[in-house]
Design a protein around this ligand. Structure first.
Ligand code: C2E
Ligand code: CA
Ligand code: CA
Length: 527
């Protein structure tokens, strides 16, 4: 029998004699196979050829070969029994033992008209796990499988009598629930179930060997009001709502609304263009100067990604980085940008530092330290002038893994900065236990400090914290000379912001370097 998920084996089997035998059996239209199984085998065979989905391949082959082996070895086994068993396998997800997509859709198709007759309203909830891929990549498929089994158990616990649940495939689950028929309360009731799902799936999962993994889930909801939608449209709507929920970040719940179709189409188009842009290395590094607040000199740069889009102009990373992460392209994009930035920065005069942002998802990639080492070796950029900026959200979930990776990067001689400090957990434990060199104070406090006393107090406290822990402090978002003066008085070491220079291409930084080597701080304001 085929090992599930083994594409090569699946393909060999597909070309092999058993499968051809089954095809012949299928083609001969033997009555005994029953209409259902014929349809199933046909569907799966078509799906296999089209999508080459590993799971489906293994799954189909399991079901089909089970029938084959029973048929071949039979004589004794009753064919009908074999077919019943195969039909049940064909409708159950073997990992979680939940109904699978096919069974669920069949049940939804039956439940809707029945609900209409009896006066129920149904809500279809599509659940997609957040960060599952990262957990699967970091800890292996076996752990991923156990995680999915535990997710299934938690979801089952939420079900009430009459509700239905299924694993649709991968990390996608679905529930069909009956909700209050009062029109005003329907959305509220469905949303409340969805929120229970996001809360329960955001709780840490304890796996074997003391491993604890935190994931989460996004939920898309579509509601079937008395006969207003057929089951296929309902599924399409739940899918659109889920897409929208995923697009808005993690742990989101969205209910289908008219007009979502257009939004989704636009996003899908953007996703396609972005995928092509990453593949063609069209995302480019820009650089923003970092200034020593006491001397007014440029001491380094932060590399900030930019997407020059043919129609939309320069797209901001705040808009496209979350999508790059979702598309699973963040490692590829970052590697390409970092190599390019190290190469460019290696040619600059002076001893400028280069700071690169690393996404939380990337900080779970065990290859990251090796990549950084190779990038430095290949470009000749010195390790002690490279800085890696991470935000505290990187430590949600598997802090041990993040620490391991940061320690290895630090061991190369690279510096580490904690970005956006003040906006996240602002955990002293993170600061104390992780090997940071720098603290970046978020622009939201810096920008407001001149007019808002509370923000000024926070900036002062963070600068003091940095000083007492021996970390240098960087103020982001310095837009006015007044802010720069306040920061200087507080003893903040480094400033970054429009006052000193906006992010620009490498040529721009070289120009700033040339023009400002011996100029005073106030002259940066005119750049
Ligand atoms: P960040 O790391 O906090 O970067 C600083 C952001 O503040 C940049 O936005 C910068 O252009 C902006 N900024 C600089 N000076 C000022 C100022 O005086 N006033 C105001 N209002 N803003 C200022 P940007 O370039 O749009 O980047 C946004 C975020 O995208 C970055 O925030 C970072 O989290 C992320 N990002 C950028 N490039 C990369 C990248 O290569 N990889 C990853 N993973 N994330 C990136
Ligand atoms: Ca940053
Ligand atoms: Ca920042």
């Amino acid at each position: 029998m085929s090992a599930q998920g083994d594409l090569a084996a699946a393909q060999t089997l597909l070309n092999g004699p058993e499968y051809h035998y089954l095809q012949d059996v299928y083609a001969s239209g033997m009555e005994v196979f029953g209409q259902e199984l014929k349809e199933y085998a046909y569907d799966r065979r078509a799906a296999l050829k089209k999508r080459l989905s590993l799971e489906n391949a293994g799954f189909l082959l399991s079901a089909v070969l089970l029938v084959a082996s029973m048929l071949l070895a039979s004589g004794r086994l009753r064919l009908q029994k074999a077919l019943t068993l195969a039909a049940s396998i064909a409708r159950t997800d073997p990992l979680t033992e939940l109904p699978n997509r096919r069974k669920f859709y069949e049940d939804v198709a039956l439940a809707l008209p029945e609900g209409n007759r009896k006066g129920f309203t149904h809500a279809l909830l599509f659940v997609d796990l957040d960060r599952f891929k990262a957990a699967n990549d970091a800890h292996g498929h076996k752990t991923g499988d156990k995680l999915l089994q535990q997710v299934a158990v938690r979801l089952r616990d939420i079900l009430r009598p009459g509700d239905m649940i299924a694993r649709l495939g991968g990390d996608e689950f679905a529930l069909l629930v009956q909700v209050a028929s009062d029109e005003r309360l329907v959305t509220e009731a469905a949303t409340s179930i969805a929120q229970r799902i996001t809360v329960t799936l955001a709780e840490p999962f304890k796996l074997s060997d003391g491993l604890v993994i935190t994931i989460g889930a996004s939920v898309g909801i579509a509601i079937a009001q008395a006969g207003d939608v057929d089951y296929e449209s309902l599924i399409h709507r739940a899918d659109l709502a889920l897409y929208q929920a995923k697009a808005e970040g993690r742990g989101c719940v969205r209910v289908f609304e008219a007009g979502m179709d257009d939004k989704v189409r636009t996003r899908a188009q953007l996703a396609l263009e972005l995928t092509q842009a990453v593949a063609a290395d069209e995302i480019v590094p820009h650089y923003q100067p970092l200034i020593n607040l006491q001397t007014g000199r440029v001491i380094g740069v932060e590399m900030l990604a930019r997407w020059p889009h043919p129609r939309r102009g320069m797209v901001s990373p705040a808009e496209f980085i979350p999508m790059v992460e979702e598309l699973g392209l963040i490692v590829k994009m970052t590697e390409s940008l970092m190599c390019r930035a190290c190469k460019e920065a290696a040619t600059w005069r002076g001893q400028l530092t280069l700071a690169c942002n690393i996404s939380p998802a990337h900080l779970r990639d065990l290859n990251l330290p090796t990549f950084v080492r190779k990038a430095l070796e290949n470009t000749g950029f010195p390790a002690d002038r490279l800085e890696i900026e991470v935000t505290e959200s990187a430590f949600v979930g598997d802090i041990a893994l993040a620490r391991l990776i940061l320690d290895q990067i630090k061991a190369l001689g690279v510096k580490l900065a904690l970005d956006d400090f003040g906006t996240g957990y602002s955990s002293l434990k993170h600061l104390q236990s992780l090997p940071f060199d720098k603290l970046k104070i978020d622009a939201s406090f810096v920008g407001a400090m001149v007019i808002d006393k509370e923000s000024a107090k926070i900036v002062a406290a963070v600068v003091g914290l940095g000083q007492s822990l021996g970390l240098s402090t960087v103020a982001e978002g310095v837009e006015t000379e007044e802010t720069a003066a306040m920061l200087r008085n507080l003893g903040c070491d480094i400033g970054q912001g429009w006052l000193f220079g906006r992010p620009g291409p490498a040529a721009e930084i070289e120009r700033i370097m040339l023009e400002t080597t011996s100029q005073s701080l106030s002259q940066y304001a005119s750049i």
